[in-house]
Design a protein around this ligand. Sequence first.
Ligand code: FAD
Ligand code: UDP
Length: 366
Amino acid sequence: MKADVLVVGAGFAGSVIAERCASAGRQVLLIDKREHVGGNAYDESDAQGVLVHRYGPHIFHTNAPLVSEYLSQFTDWIPYEHRVLASLDKKLYPIPINQTTINRLYGLSLDEAGVARFLESVREPRSPIRTSEDVVLSTIGRDLCDKFFRGYTRKQWGLDLSALSATVAARIPVRTNSDDRYFTDSFQKMPAEGFTAMFARILEHPRIHVELGIDFRELRQRAEWKLLFYTGPIDEYFDFRFGPLPYRSLRFEHQHLSGVEQFQPVGTVNYPKDDDLFTRITEFKHLTGQQHSGTSIVREYSTSEGDPYYPIPRPENNEIYQKYATEAASERLAFFVGRLAQYRYYNMDQVVAAALKASETVLKAS
Ligand code: FAD
Ligand code: UDP
């Protein structure tokens, strides 16, 4: 097999890079070891015809016009603002924690200024802020931390909040008003026909050849290329020479409930208590706006074994990653982009931005 550009991985990183390189006149071979494109954002109709996300809920949001404008060439959008509730002792509370969460939990009726004063009275300021525990304790204090963050985090990561970098819990803001949206980005929309349909259009270029079900480890010996973009796990590319990078995996339990029009009031309900083994349940019809007499949900169970889904942000892992990154920087014709290749807890839009930037830089220089 021969190509100007070989792209490994057909998720957001690989697909955007393939499109950019093909549009710049290069012959591109894009491979994925899975039997489909889209990476972890892949969606499909289940047996009952409900559009579901095979690898867990994906909600598109961005503040970067460059990213939304780029993707808008390949899809129409439907507006969707994600809302999440946390289930605690059979009651539901908005997450991120906001005015309603605090009033409902403690039987109060505080206004915005009252909530700010309440948080000031319970927070445990810490300095410096290094871990996720520091972030949470210093904004909302111990009780709210233990109720909404400690158990969820332990289930999700198999680690205590204190063992994770600050960036993990810092993803979730705290609000004194009653805004109950999960994200506040200026662009919050879902691809009108789903992610997979959008990927198909991104890759619909005469100079892109897609081969599925092919593992780079096997192709490496027999393919020829001038440039390589690699979007799989970086430790695997280098044969784990500095040891394996830890990734967190998930098991997805999909279920269709026939005759049930709506299972839960919002897209996702989080289960922060240890007595439920799953972390969250997502009901896809909320995300997609699809009408159907039944409904499809997914429960997420975190595991240490299985496909790599999350890099695990903590200093000792970052140290290992830096060794691989140094090695990667010395490769002249290979470039590493994406959540697994850069070992970063990227959202989809950040991956698209990284892919646009990397392809522009490399194409200019070669
Ligand atoms: P991936 O999508 O992982 O693609 C990498 C591809 O490389 C895979 O298809 C893999 O099969 C392939 N590959 C790996 N190794 C090889 C090999 N040796 N040979 C051939 N192919 C290989 N982001 C959001 O913005 N909003 C969300 O709501 C959101 N929800 C998420 C929920 C879950 C459960 C998870 C796990 C992630 C979520 N994300 C979300 C993050 C989002 O999935 C990623 O940012 C994005 O999909 C990463 O794209 P990527 O191309 O870097 O990686
Ligand atoms: N988190 C939590 N409780 C919640 C929501 C989030 O403890 O109700 C913490 C947890 O550590 C989680 C992190 O915040 O892994 C980031 O949450 P996010 O919803 O961004 O995770 P993702 O959607 O990427 O799995």
